[in-house]
Design a protein around this ligand. Sequence first.
Ligand code: ADP
Ligand code: MG
Length: 348
Amino acid sequence: KPNKRPKNILKLEETVVNRIAAGEIIQRPANALKELLENCLDAGSTSIQVTVKDGGLKLLKIQDNGSGINKEDFPIVCERFTTSKLQKFEDLNAIGTFGFRGEALASISHVAHLTIITKTSEMQCAYKCSYHDGKLIGAPKPCAGTQGTQIVVEDLFYNVPTRKNSLKSPSEEHNRIIEVVTRFAVHNASVGFSLKKLNDNGSDVRTSPNSTQEDNIRILYGHAVAKDLIKLQVEDPGLKVKVNGLISNVDYSGAKFTILLFINHRLVESTPLKRALDSVYAIYLAKGKHPFVYLSMEIAPNCVDVNVHPTKHEVHFLNEDAIIHKIQSSADMLLKAASTSRSFAVQT
Ligand code: ADP
Ligand code: MG
């Protein structure tokens, strides 16, 4: 009926709003883990241990040996938009740390049971704090602990049944967690990482704090990948970009394309870059075979919109086409040189 009276608009309850917003930021355990690992690195950790149960859905525990969290910050650390990394709006342009929105811990506290155990160098003992919907529950409890922070996330999405039901396979979630930790471990070779399942003796990832990126690629991706990686280096002051990478040689052919891409030390994805590289390798590899590529790009922070929103894994940056083209032709040159020296070696 044309003159039907519209329904009245009601304001949603704040906890419901927060839960919905949090579910957008934290989409699955691997997302939450990525945010938490970035926090550990921001805190200057050299050792990060991850323990999970049921693909992180039951338990996600991250222990670091970083700075710890100051006691006076306990009540606000899980509130939305509280951060120690950004003071004013202009800082966004020069952000050097990973987090800058102060939303990760807050979001997690809306969709999981969150406990933080932390100790700074100034504290006599560690403190254990529990959080719910952004707020500290009860008083912080003194406890034993070494310097650093342990974040415990339990029963992720217990109060978001639709999301929980969509994450059916703990083993798939576990595999995504392995991928995240593996990538962080390669990129941050001077940090020791470990990943294990709760109550399991073996670990899925283990690197030592004094290994090289090549060491870690060998340990985590195998000797076939690591045996003759080519160093790729591109620097272009005009494009304000610096790229360092390790890419597989023409002798390596993987069943799928493994790409580890970090831009300004954030783990991201770029489909155009991936395509550009795959097309170069297509010249050298057999049909249906793919390379291993690790690239670390540094771009002037004001030229990249990395993680304007935490769910945006796909990244865009200024001069994207030109930069991708540069990386592509550099890879082509390196592979060409490698393949001619190989055929030369075969002939003689
Ligand atoms: P952001 O990283 O964007 O600041 P988060 O919600 O991820 O927001 O974290 C909020 C704050 O909590 C951080 O700014 C930092 O001060 C503190 N924090 C979180 N994790 C750690 C950690 N592992 N070690 C030390 N401080 C931490
Ligand atoms: Mg953060």
